[in-house]
Design a binder for this molecule. Structure first.
Ligand code: THU
Length: 129
């Protein structure tokens, strides 16, 4: 189960979300095997297609810090049931950590648990060098 530190990081990102168009805030926070936490919020844009999901923001932060994977991810929303990653985010998460545990939680305290691979059967991947 996610630590209170990881949950707090996801909740803080949720609070900071920039969602003036959908008003649908999402926070994401991931923990690496070394215990580092990276968080992200959804960041929308007047040119709607440029909006970026919270999970993508968190992956960008993690990778930009030189990390190449995570053990746990919390996706925090006020939806019921809790929001789960969109298809684009599932591919982006799979790139780094198909085995990671994903906890989709909401402000009411509901929690759904999956692995990244659960979300993306028969995923596309390429050999890396
Ligand atoms: N969105 C996320 O940030 N994470 C999810 O898991 C589901 C959807 C955002 C919310 C809103 O900004 C929408 O996707 C725009 O792309």
């Amino acid at each position: 189960q996610p630590s209170s530190e990881l949950l707090s990081a996801a909740r803080a990102a949720f609070t900071n979300a920039y969602a003036p168009y959908s008003h649908f805030k999402v926070g994401a926070a991931m923990r690496t095997s070394g215990g580092q936490i990276y968080a992200g919020a959804n960041v929308e844009n007047a040119s709607y297609g440029l909006s970026r999901c919270a999970e993508q923001s968190a992956v960008q932060a993690m990778a930009s810090a030189g990390e190449r994977g995570f053990d746990e991810l919390v996706v925090y929303s006020d939806a019921s049931p809790p929001a789960s990653p969109c298809g684009a985010c599932r591919q982006i998460l799979f790139e780094f950590s198909p085995k990671a545990q994903v906890f989709c939680v909401n402000t009411q305290g509901d929690m759904l648990a999956y692995t990244v691979a659960d979300f993306l059967p028969h995923a596309f991947e390429l050999e890396r060098s």
